[in-house]
Design a protein around this ligand. Structure first.
Ligand code: 3MF
Ligand code: MG
Length: 346
């Protein structure tokens, strides 16, 4: 059985991680910052202090030029880089996407940025580069030719994958992060199935470099079951990374603390991760809420981490033989009651 993760002492199979962007200044689409922005490298010791073993960053947060300093700061506070990711969604030039933009010059720039991010990923010592398709999609039908857009994604990922393979062999892997909508009305790679299909269309020798980064809130926004999305990735051998958080129904992306909204399903998720011996870092994508004071900005991390640790221990105690018995007896409501007992019972 997998050893329990415990906070702060960095034990456990994986360790926990979070993004530097999780400790943002609190702006939302309707209002500016409510806290002073903390310099990116100053966020690393804060992540470590909150119990993280890993940090994550976009290329606009820790730039290639800052990478050498990031390595030093991370080493000093005992942090490792879990993943690095090019931002194709913040800059105005990518307003209609990077790889799928109708403008060939924009596509070229996106590719250049992605290739630069591969080198920085390596420099930071991360094994994974994530792609989240922030602006790849459409608000108006026929705004893009969907079939061409898909081919552009295939072409783009083939080029980035070929570069990484040529330069670094299989040291860098790519995890594509699906999301159905927001900021676009409709996004390409909306769900895990689309990601797996895209991977199946890449050059065969590059396919082993590509996998998925499913995120709890992104599945729940789509009304999908997150655990099944994770199980599908595992079945395909493609669970390359994970973003855990919580989501209060099908509305805007909330990035709430892990464990907040659907603890029973989160418990079941951890049972599945333990049984699969998931060996990647367990990373949160949780946003410090706008109302939290600067002094409490890491509460979102410590609450997520505590919830994870408590649920992890409860998941270890779930009797797998009992699950099998309930299934065999077709007592599925009773199975849900057993899980509730593991969660809430004495
Ligand atoms: C948006 C996200 C992103 C991604 C990030 C790295 C800003 O909903 O989840 O966070 O996680 O771009 O993949
Ligand atoms: Mg995410």
């Amino acid at each position: 059985m997998t050893a329990p993760i415990t906070l702060n002492n960095k034990v456990g199979l994986n360790g926990l991680g979070a993004g530097v962007w999780n400790l943002g200044p609190g702006n939302d689409p309707f209002g500016g910052p409510t806290r002073e922005a903390i310099p990116m490298l100053d966020r690393l010791p804060m992540l470590a202090e909150a119990g993280m073993t890993y940090y994550e960053a976009h290329d606009v947060e820790i730039t290639a030029e800052m990478a050498a300093d990031a390595v030093k700061v991370a080493k000093k506070c005992g942090l490792k880089c879990a993943m690095y990711t090019p931002s194709f969604f913040a800059a105005p030039i990518f307003k209609d996407g990077g790889m799928t933009s109708n403008d060939a010059a924009v596509r070229k720039l996106a590719l250049q940025n992605a290739i630069k991010a591969v080198d920085t990923t390596m420099q930071l010592g991360a094994k994974t580069m994530v792609f989240w398709n922030g602006r790849e999609g459409f608000d108006f039908v026929l705004g893009k030719n969907g079939r061409d857009a898909f081919k552009r994604l295939v072409e783009g990922f083939n080029k980035v994958g070929a570069y990484a393979k040529e330069q670094y062999g299989s040291k860098i892997k790519f995890a594509l992060e699906p999301k159905p909508n927001e900021p676009r009305a409709n996004m390409y790679l909306a769900n895990v199935g689309e990601v797996l299909y895209l991977i199946s269309r890449l050059q065969p020798e590059l396919q082993p470099l590509f996998g998925a980064n499913p995120e709890t809130a992104h599945s729940r926004i789509a009304g999908l079951d997150y655990l099944w999305d994770v199980e599908l990735c595992l079945e395909a051998g493609k669970l390359f990374h994970i973003h855990l958080n919580a989501q209060d129904g099908q509305r805007y992306d909330q990035d709430l603390p892990f464990g907040y909204t659907e603890p029973l399903k989160d418990l079941a998720l951890l049972v599945v991760l333990q049984d699969a011996k998931y060996a990647g870092p367990i990373c949160f994508d949780v946003k410090a809420p706008r109302v939290d004071d600067p002094a409490d900005i890491t509460d979102v991390l410590t609450v997520s981490a505590n919830n994870l640790v408590w649920l992890w221990e409860r998941a270890l105690a779930v009797d797998r033989a009992k699950i099998a018995e309930f299934r065999a007896a077709n007592r599925l409501t009773a199975l849900s009651g057993y899980l509730a007992q593991c969660l809430y019972g004495r």
